[in-house]
Design a protein around this ligand. Sequence first.
Ligand code: NAD
Ligand code: DAO
Ligand code: ZN
Length: 369
Amino acid sequence: MKTRAAIAWAANKPLEIEEIDLEGPKKGEVLLRNVATGVCHTDAYTLSGADPEGLFPSILGHEGGAVVEEIGPGVTSVAVGDHVIPLYTPECKTCNFCTSGKTNLCQSIRATQGKGLMPDGTSRFSKNGQPIHHFMGTSTFSHYTVLPEIAVAKIRKDAPLEKVCLLGCGITTGIGAVLETAKVTPGSTVAVFGLGGVGLSVIQGAVMAKAERIIAIDINPDKFTFAKQLGATDCVNPKDYDQPIQQVIVELTNGGVDYSFEAVGNVDLMRAALECCHKGWGESIIIGVAGAGQEISTRPFQLVTGRVWRGSAFGGVKGRSRLPGYVDRYMAGEIKVDEFVTHVMGLEDINHAFHLMHEGESIRSVIVF
Ligand code: NAD
Ligand code: DAO
Ligand code: ZN
């Protein structure tokens, strides 16, 4: 069949909107019609060419809301007409990662997904016979896309797909990092570095966890209004201080925070986030994705004296088991999503969505097909 898609033909070039070929679902796969997709920082990172795993040509996009149009042989967990959120972190429920009870990082299709291919080692997308890579196993910048059954979360049909698509990455990542990875306890003090869609969602998560103090940190003060609306108790702009930001936070909190979250992807901030944690128990969660080849550092004594460094991917959320519950919490008014949608546009304007993100003007642009 044919599908309209935004193609990343090469690094650092605008996406091209074109009609391309899409092969139907094979065994264990499903054909999805994307209704909407968010545009995330990670799509821009890969498009920029900075991502060492970035492959071209490819179809980017990983924050989708979709309807199942066709199922391949052997598919049992979803049916035609089901509403789903594509998962860049699948959940097979049988690999040793899935059954460990310790991680959401299913590894069953990791090798082929990392190569931009379906589990059988081929691509479903092509143009004039030239294969086009999948991206993060999702490729939601295409009206139609094919995914393995284990990489879709079935959700309730009354949830608006043009909103809950954002639960496919940034919002769930921020909330999950608080609730599932850090397991923030009531009464805690929390610091969040970076107030994009992810960091703002850390604030939402911290409120849900009943944190007492939530310190929001960003170099763009325009971000503070929404951060406060979501529940930040303090807003700090590092540019307003001469001292290192970790020292500012330690002084502000009489010894440091219980939990900190880095939601920028800056290795210096990752260090600051660790070092603003309270001696003896403070935990810092790295969410941001740093540039290729970059490394984190701190004095080991920071860890010897009880601070903990952790990382979180997709908020530690197991997609097929737990993501539908996040949709339920959105529908119950417990998770804010609508407020994160600052721009809505058609696929033909997708390059403008990247521009808005680079200028810091959007939280999330949603592309509606
Ligand atoms: P974003 O670009 O929308 O937001 C980043 C924010 O950081 C902006 O508000 C910016 O002003 C602020 N910032 C930049 N430099 C800063 C500095 N020196 N000090 C303080 N603030 C600074 O990005 P996003 O979509 O919110 O994503 C944040 C990060 O999380 C990215 O690195 C993204 O790739 C990563 N991410 C990780 C996961 C995961 O599963 N771990 C999932 C989604 C996104
Ligand atoms: O299992 O080795 C693996 C890879 C899991 C991918 C997790 C990606 C998390 C960060 C990506 C940025 C979010 C869009
Ligand atoms: Zn698995």
